[in-house]
Write a protein that binds this ligand. Structure first.
Ligand code: NAD
Length: 339
């Protein structure tokens, strides 16, 4: 048995699609836009929006701290905005979601990385150093505009780590307890596109389509060990989001390889490799991505506590989660061993 719920969102995909922004805002009946974007994109976005833009905020940072959301909320209220247009990575999208869930404003998101957050009803926020996650239909953006041109300025290292962040959504969707035929198709196509993009010196269109499909998987089914471990490492040890995903993914897959053989077989086939965890590790190495938690700044002395934290809250995962098993996994990821 399975249950499949499609998330209602409008997606506009293409090169140069940012030009449709004003039309898309008007289409959802909004006329007063708060632009959430960094310096790189702000002027261009305001130019496209013309008089629809009534305010701007450029201070989004990773993990959506509530203090930053409060500042943006004041700007939104002063401007009398009825809509947020966010142009940037997962950090910028997170701020738009935090504003929407507090005020009910609509969101038009223009993602410039491959995080996939724009198609999920999930918001992670940080208050007093603790990151919590909530899910609500009010968090899901109304419209997503994917413009391949905006991803061309992404530096190579961000391109690689962000694409592997997306790959992780697709991988864990395939062994999720909520897995279903629609999500399986999306996930396998995402794996193929992301791998092709990573191998072909970053074919931007493949990567962005893969990211959308993988994000849709993340928004549809529950994730497992890999995402929980990365959440712990990011939240409690302040490790960077996408690089952490890049290092941990092959090791989390190796932990689950015997317990999810069919999912691993399908991933290996989509990657065109013999062994799925090793195939992902090799993909990262060839693309020049990070392979060890050590190089991301985690101290070896923190591995015991990380294993404790990760085993503390139980969650569904194909292989049984044990403290010793997770400590061994983290040790290999810390050292950067090939699984
Ligand atoms: P990010 O948004 O912080 O961006 C990474 C880096 O890339 C930043 O330095 C940013 O300035 C730069 N950048 C972005 N677009 C660029 C461009 N076009 N050109 C040049 N540089 C550019 O990182 P991210 O990995 O996209 O997002 C991470 C955040 O998103 C985390 O807080 C994470 O928790 C959240 N997230 C949430 C979900 C969800 O469903 N709720 C899913 C994935 C990630």
């Amino acid at each position: 048995m399975f249950v499949y719920t499609a998330q209602p969102a409008r997606v506009v995909f293409g090169t140069g699609s940012l030009g449709l922004l004003a039309e898309e805002v008007e289409r959802i009946g909004r006329s007063r836009v708060l632009v959430v974007a960094g310096e790189r994109h702000r002027e261009r976005v305001e130019g496209v929006l013309g008089e629809l833009a009534v305010g701007a905020f450029g201070g989004a940072v990773m993990h959506t701290p509530v203090e930053v959301t409060e500042q943006a909320l004041a700007v939104l209220r002063d401007a009398g905005a009825d809509c947020v247009v966010a142009v940037g990575g997962g950090s910028t999208t997170g701020l738009a979601k935090a504003l929407a869930v507090r005020t009910g404003v609509d969101q038009v998101i223009v993602p410039t990385t491959y995080s996939g957050s724009e198609v999920t009803p999930v918001l992670g926020e940080t208050a007093d150093g603790v990151k919590t996650t909530r899910t609500s239909p009010d968090i899901l953006p109304e419209t997503v505009i994917y413009d391949v041109d905006l991803t061309r300025s992404l530096p190579h290292d961000v391109t690689v780590t962000s694409a592997v962040n997306a790959l992780a959504h697709a991988v864990e969707a395939l062994y999720s307890p909520q897995a279903n035929p629609v999500v399986d198709l999306l996930a396998l196509d995402a794996v193929r596109r992301l791998a092709a993009g990573l191998r072909g010196s970053g074919d931007r269109e493949q990567l962005l389509q893969g990211a959308w499909l993988a994000g849709t998987c993340l928004g549809s089914v529950g994730m497992a060990l890999h995402h929980k471990l990365c959440h712990t490492l990011g939240g409690s040890f302040d490790l960077p989001h996408a690089p952490t995903h890049t290092v941990v993914l092959p090791h989390a897959m190796a932990y689950n390889v015997a317990a999810a053989p069919e999912a691993m077989r399908r991933i290996a086939e989509a990657l065109d490799v013999e062994d799925a965890p090793r195939g992902v590790f090799d993909l990262v190495t060839t693309a020049g991505g990070p392979t060890s938690l050590r190089e991301l700044g985690l101290a070896e002395a923190d591995l015991d506590r990380a294993a404790e934290l990760a085993v503390g809250t139980p969650y569904p995962n194909p292989a049984e989660l044990t403290r010793d098993g997770l400590r061994a996994l983290l040790g290999r990821a810390w050292a950067g061993e090939r699984p």
